[in-house]
Ligand binder design. Sequence first.
Ligand SMILES: Cc1cc2nc3c(=O)[nH]c(=O)nc-3n(C[C@H](O)[C@H](O)[C@H](O)COP(=O)(O)O)c2cc1C
Length: 218
Amino acid sequence: MEFDFSKFNAKDRYKLLTSTVIPRPIALITTVDEQGRVNAAPYSFFNMFSEDPPTCVIGVQRRPDGRPKDTAQYIRDSGEFVVNMVDMALADAMNITAINFEPGIDELEMARLETEPSRLVKPPRIATAPVAFECKRSVTLQLSAERDIVVGEVLTMHAREGLIDPETLYLDQSKYDAVGRLYADLYCPLREIFALKRPEPQEWLADPKQPLPPKVYK
Ligand SMILES: Cc1cc2nc3c(=O)[nH]c(=O)nc-3n(C[C@H](O)[C@H](O)[C@H](O)COP(=O)(O)O)c2cc1C
C-alpha cells in the first residue's frame, strides 16, 4: 500500500511519519527568555546527527495559532539551549512541561523540577536528568511557515554519577532507564537489548549466502 504524501494534509502526514519512525528519543529542552526566565518543553523530532562537529537537530512546529513556540523563539533570541534526556523517572514531569502554557509560565515549577546551573550557556539543566547537553545554535532552517529545524552544536555534556565510565566512556546500560516516544501519548521503555555482530567485508563476501548473524540477547 502506498501513501503518496502529495495527497495527504500535514496532520495525516504527521500521523504516518510519527507512528512508523519509532521510538524517538525525547529532548526536554531548557531555554531562557530575555529576562532570564527559564522555559522547558519536550521535543521528539530530535536526534544527534554528527560527532564532528557534535550536532543535534530539533524540529519545532508553530503553536496552533501560528505564533512560534517559546523554545524556538528563545533559541532564536539567545542562541543557547540545553537538551535534557528523559528517562522513566523524568517521564511524568516531562509530560507536564509539554502543556501549552503562555510565555512566561515556568514549566519547571509546574512540573516540580529542580535545575542546576550550566557551565557554558545561560539555560540551566534539569538536576534529575540522566544526561544533559549544553548547546549553542548553529543555524535555524525555516522549512515552511510552520516548521523550524534547529541545528545545534553540543558544547559539553553532563551525565549522572556512575552512568558513564570515565576511563572507557562506556555507558552502563543497566543504569540508563531511557524512554522513547511512539506517537500521540504513547511511550516505551528500553526492554530487551540485543547485539548484532557485523561481519567484516571479506568475511561476508567469502560466502554471501551464509546465515544472517543471529540476535544475541543481553
Ligand atoms: C513527548 C513529546 C514530544 C514532543 N515533540 C515535539 C516536537 O518534536 N516538535 C514540536 O513542535 N512539538 C513537540 N511537542 C509539543 C511541545 O512540547 C509543546 O507544544 C510545548 O507546549 C511547547 O512548549 P514551548 O512553547 O515552551 O516550547 C512534543 C510534546 C511531547 C509530550
